[in-house]
Design a protein around this ligand. Structure first.
Ligand SMILES: NC(=O)N[C@@H](CC(=O)O)C(=O)O
Ligand SMILES: [Zn+2]
Ligand SMILES: [Zn+2]
Length: 440
């Protein structure tokens, strides 16, 4: 199959004809220079007025299989990704069994055969981990390594963390770190928390409990351990300017989630326990400081930490509700809305969700609309924003913390030249399970 995209505006503003042959971007030529006959194209897509972007690489999702398929599975999670312009996802290890052995990686890779989008599988670290068998497999990165308990209770001690980082360095593998230090949590803050459930619960106590200091201290510790063994450290879901600045100063990379970028403690009255996650939402002042660092390039990437839980599970007290919010389908749409309002440039968005994750994690052939790269492409109309509705999204969980926000959703998503999602014309159409392991 050969498809010619004519007059497409790229992220940097150039208008180009883009020829896709099979799974690859075969040509990127000046607009008007490729025509259907010359290019021998089966189909031509007129992109006049539309932008053609590289598919997003979401370096941090929890697709919940094996073990928690009632929350999400590889089919529903990857449909949600495709509908949000995400063409590669990286799955985290807090599944059941946890992905800490070679066998567990194999089992997850088989389940990921249902994926519509390409994927990476991270190897995790617990007391039971089997590093020899893990590193025999094509794991994407080591992580997320939990320095404190989160969903799945995979928090580890300092000695094991140091061993794991040294091993990853020897294997030339990036270590993605969930950086919170439970020793600096403010337990008293939770004791007084209200007993309401769901959206009526007082979840601000969660933000008071898992302090900003706990993140900063854990980031510092991870960076020290990383420096000792010259490992590549990537700090996951950084929620504070302090954590971001520390990572940057030490030459480590970091990611920020859409929820820490667009939501703060001020939103918790509306969100209730649906707004409980780790690390928690911070003050509006800190959120603004995080946003500035995303806009100015201090923050390396945006990744979602897509962590779906059912409505029934979230509808509990602040102490009992599970931590985590979905986000894989709304990341690129929310960032594109910022392009509309002028707070982010389109090039910055491309770097945050595609080009830079490909560089940090060494994903060959992805992240840019360049000749020879995989045809992972997203067609968007920046003049066409609509409100996010949980009912319209495709995650199994059926809700979103971004309900009612304006966003720009893809018209078309291609994964290596295959149509993964098509919203042109009437209705929506999804493609087949063509997803491949990017490391295999
Ligand atoms: N972020 C969360 O609050 N939850 C994540 C785990 C994690 O990333 O810590 C989950 O898997 O539910
Ligand atoms: Zn985490
Ligand atoms: Zn996570």
């Amino acid at each position: 199959m050969t498809t010619l995209f004519t007059n497409a505006t790229l992220a940097d503003g150039r208008v180009r004809d883009v020829l896709v042959e099979g799974e690859t971007i075969a040509r990127v030529a000046d607009a008007g220079t490729l025509d259907t006959a010359d290019a021998d194209a089966d189909e031509t897509v007129d992109c006049d007025g539309y932008h053609l972007l590289p598919g997003a690489i979401d370096a941090h999702v929890h697709f919940r299989e094996p073990g928690f398929a009632h929350k999400e599975d590889w089919h529903t999670g990857s449909r949600s990704a495709a509908a949000g312009g995400v063409t590669t996802v990286v799955d985290q290890p807090n599944t059941d069994p946890p992905t800490v052995t070679g066998e567990a990686v194999d089992e997850k890779a088989t389940l990921a055969g249902k994926s519509l989008v390409d994927f990476g599988i991270n190897g995790g670290v617990t007391e039971e981990w089997a590093p020899d068998s893990l590193f025999e497999r094509p794991i994407f990165a080591l992580g997320e390594v939990f320095l404190a308990d989160s969903t799945g209770d995979m928090g580890i001690e300092a000695d094991l963390f140091a061993d794991a980082v040294a091993r990853a360095a020897a294997e030339d593998t990036v270590v993605t770190v969930h950086a919170e230090d439970a020793g600096l949590f403010d337990r008293a803050a939770l004791e007084g928390a209200g007993d309401g459930t769901g959206r009526d619960a007082d979840v601000d106590a969660w933000s008071a409990f898992r302090t900003a200091e706990a993140e900063a201290a854990a980031v510092d510790r991870a960076l020290e351990v990383g420096a000792d063994s010259e490992a590549a450290i990537h700090i996951a879901h950084t929620s504070t300017p302090e954590g971001i600045d520390a990572a940057g100063a030490a030459g480590a990379t970091c990611e920020v989630t859409p929820h820490h970028l667009f939501l703060s403690r001020e939103n918790l009255d509306d969100l209730g326990t649906f707004g409980r996650m780790n690390p928690p939402l911070r003050s509006e002042q800190r959120r603004e400081a995080v946003f500035e660092r995303v806009a100015d390039g201090t923050v390396d990437i945006v990744a979602t930490d897509h962590a779906p839980h059912t409505r029934a599970e979230k509808d509990a007290t602040v102490r009992d509700a599970p931590s985590g919010v979905p986000g894989v389908e709304t990341m690129l749409p929310l960032l594109l809305q910022e392009v509309r309002t002028g707070t982010l440039t389109l090039e910055r968005v491309r770097d945050l969700v595609a080009a830079t994750p490909a560089e940090i994690f060494d994903v060959a052939g992805k992240g840019r609309v360049d000749e020879g790269n995989d045809a992972d492409l997203v067609l968007v109309d920046l003049d066409d924003a609509r409100e996010i509705r949980g009912d319209d999204l495709h995650s199994k969980c059926g809700w979103t913390p971004f309900e009612g926000r304006e966003a720009v959703f893809p018209e078309l998503t291609l994964v290596r030249g295959h149509v993964a999602y098509d919203a042109r014309g009437d209705g929506e159409r999804f493609g087949d399970a063509v997803g491949e392991n990017v490391r295999a």
